[in-house]
Design a protein around this ligand. Structure first.
Ligand code: 2E6
Ligand code: F3S
Length: 314
């Protein structure tokens, strides 16, 4: 019998669930306990099929619009946040709603409101069409926020009053790309106001820093996360930029073994919405084909937690 090839597995830390994802999933679980199924959820609670399928199995029903929620059932808003019009519409219909928006996204919503109150026009750095971007644009009256996606956008964006500007960012962007965009905005508009640094959350920046640490040490990188998960996509993109070929996979069954080949080493990480069980599944599947050694490379320790809504814990 031929021997399995050797493979060193380096597992990035931190990886996987962040405090906002943990809280959002618990809100759906507690709502199911309290109200019984079905509990409606507007949009995927977090961008992960495994998480969504599990909650669906417990009785959650995922919809994209409030129009699909019946009058007598509770509805949870996803971790990505919603435009102000959504809770207003829920209230108008007398729906029982729970808001699972990550507190770090809600913080950006409040910053946006404050900037508008102070008479500033907001340049918002983010990805068009992403639910978090739609939710944050929906915090301010139309026409008061302009999307900036790239450095080129930052160089060309036209503004009415360069002395009355603010910037804010999506929470799950590339730290490096965002720094470059902010540098262009500050150069063009020296009076622009914004948060210290940017609004990229601790989980996004820690997972990117951990990838920066292991990418130079491995031949290939497996990133566990969904194709619609912004923070997960940034991890694969970052590894590629550092010269380590990377692929985003939903779970072990998605590994393309021809692409994978027989590297001497592989890095594994997981986006903020990907559960640890999928990391273990990938390690086991590598163990079926290779003689593996496994080691975790810890960048920092995370111990963030967010409180649950009072109505669910009372
Ligand atoms: C809410 C806000 C930020 O696509 P994205 O990375 O934003 O979302 P998920 O669900 O993959 O990650 C968690 C999350 C929720 N991040
Ligand atoms: Fe919140 Fe960041 Fe997670 S914004 S949901 S802590 S990825």
């Amino acid at each position: 019998m031929s021997q399995s090839p050797a493979l060193d597995i380096l597992i990035a830390a931190p990886r996987g669930f962040c405090a906002g994802v943990d809280r959002a999933i618990k809100i759906v679980e507690l709502a199911l306990e309290r109200h019984g199924p079905p509990v409606y959820v507007r949009h995927e609670i977090v961008h992960n099929k495994f998480v969504v399928d599990r909650l669906r199995g417990l009785g959650a029903v995922f919809v994209e619009t409030l129009d699909d929620v019946p009058d007598n059932r509770p509805v949870v808003f996803s971790a990505h946040g919603v435009p102000k019009s959504v809770p207003s519409a829920a209230e108008a219909r007398g729906l029982d709603y729970l808001d699972a928006t990550c507190p770090l996204v809600s913080k950006v919503h409040r910053q946006a409101e404050r900037m508008i109150e102070n008479g500033r026009h907001i340049l918002f750095i983010g990805h068009e069409g992403h639910p978090e971007v739609i939710g944050t644009f929906g915090q301010v009256p139309e026409g008061h926020m302009t999307l900036v996606e790239t450095e080129e956008d930052a160089r060309s964006v036209a503004v009415a009053d360069p002395d009355c500007l603010g910037f804010l960012t999506q929470t799950t962007l590339s730290v490096d790309d965002t720094d470059a965009i902010i540098a262009v905005l500050k150069e063009r508009f020296p009076a622009i106001q914004g948060p210290k640094g940017e609004d990229i959350c601790y989980a996004t920046s820690n997972r990117q820093a951990a990838v920066k640490e292991i990418a130079p040490l491995v031949d290939k990188m497996l990133v566990i996360g969904a194709p619609n998960s912004s923070n997960s996509r940034r991890l694969a993109e970052l590894s590629e930029r550092l010269g380590t070929p990377a692929v985003l996979i939903g779970r072990a069954a998605d590994i393309d073994w021809d692409w994978f080949g027989t590297p001497a080493s592989v890095g594994i990480t997981a986006g903020a919405s990907a559960p640890e069980i999928l990391v273990r599944e990938v390690v086991e599947s590598l163990g079926d084909r290779f003689a593996v050694t496994e080691r975790e490379v810890a960048h920092v320790e995370e111990n963030m937690t967010f409180k649950l809504p009072r109505t669910l814990v009372a």
